[in-house]
Design a protein around this ligand. Structure first.
Ligand code: MEV
Length: 327
């Protein structure tokens, strides 16, 4: 048996635009997905995701049709797509195409909510499954293989940002294939969660369609890239007020690309009006989470009274990426 964990993340800046080669700065947070893997000789795959969402589920399947379970199919597809992909990567890395696995996932990262649950499951899953087969992959190789899984599940449209950040930990900068760690202070992140989820593949496809149809949408994507470059300077200087201002602008630009929602906007405004330095949606959007910068408790308190917000919490930057949990 091998057990690995990997952190979720928030985007300080740059989601969506990063898919088109603009830079982005995601930051790993101390909320992890943990994946336990045992090899089995009958080639079958059993996935126990009891703690993956509010309504847990267990599925058993062997590649011979869709699993038969009593939860929304989109949720099952989202979870099993990443687990299947991670298993395929491990089989490939270990040159063991026929090995089966028992996989148990526990995650403190809500699914599809912009906190990088899928990347964390893919990274931790590949690490645990390859170690179970006696192979040690470097962190860079893990990030690469997890990226392939995301790209496949997102129909060919994914950046390396989520998977690199989850594998490496800390604050990172991703621009195309160029991925690196950044020096960053421990930023005062506050997260608001609306209990919902967005379909990343659909949201990415929506931005692509808008960008192809309207020059202003292509310009908006480029403007996000310019903003990220300004944000990197502010991060380097530890200028929290400027980071907050730029987060506000980034949220406006993401709204213009059609990926915000009423509840995300409501949470962003609640945090801003409570005195946060800035606030924006994080991840693909459509529903899920916002991230605000606030050292005080005011944003959390305000989010607690905001209709549509089901949970708010403080998130520390997690300087550790993928981690062995089996001693
Ligand atoms: C999703 O967490 C982030 C997006 O930029 C997609 C990607 O980078 O693959 C929307």
């Amino acid at each position: 048996m091998a057990v690995s964990s990997a952190p979720g993340k928030v985007y300080l800046f740059g989601e969506h635009a990063v898919v088109y080669g603009e830079p982005a700065v995601p930051c790993a947070i101390e909320r992890r997905a943990t994946v336990e893997v045992s090899a089995r000789s009958d080639g079958r795959l059993r996935v126990d995701a009891g703690d993956l969402t509010l309504d847990g589920f267990t599925v058993e399947y062997g590649g011979d049709g869709a699993p038969d379970v009593d939860v929304p199919q989109s949720l099952v597809q989202a979870a099993t797509g990443y687990v299947d992909g991670a298993v395929a990567q491990a089989r490939d890395a270990a040159d063991s195409p026929d090995v089966g696995f028992d996989v148990a996932i526990e995650s403190a990262i809500p699914l599809g909510a912009g906190l990088g649950s899928s990347a964390a499951v893919a990274v931790a899953g590949i690490d645990a499954a390859t170690r179970e087969l006696g192979i040690e992959l470097s962190t860079e190789e893990l990030a690469k293989r997890a990226y392939r899984v995301e790209r496949e599940v997102q129909s060919g449209e994914a950046s390396r940002a989520d998977t690199f950040c989850s594998a490496m930990g800390g604050a990172v900068r991703v621009e195309g294939d160029d991925c690196r760690r950044l020096d960053a202070p421990n930023l005062p992140f506050v997260i608001g969660y609306d209990g919902g989820a967005g379909d990343t593949g659909e949201l990415v496809a929506g931005v692509r369609a808008l960008r192809e149809e309207y020059d202003f949408a292509a310009d908006t994507v480029e403007a996000i890239g310019d903003l990220v470059r300004r944000g990197e300077r502010a991060l380097d200087e530890g200028d929290i007020a400027e980071l907050g201002r730029l987060m506000d602008v980034n949220h406006g630009l993401l709204s213009a690309l059609g990926v915000s929602s009423r509840s995300l906007d409501a949470m962003v405004w609640a945090a801003r009006e409570a005195g946060a330095h800035g606030a924006k949606l994080t991840g693909a959007g459509g529903g899920g989470c916002i991230v605000a910068l606030d050292e005080s408790e005011a944003s959390r308190t305000a989010l607690g009274y905001t209709p549509g917000c089901v949970e708010s919490f403080r998130a520390e930057l997690d300087f550790e990426g993928v981690r062995r949990e089996d001693g």
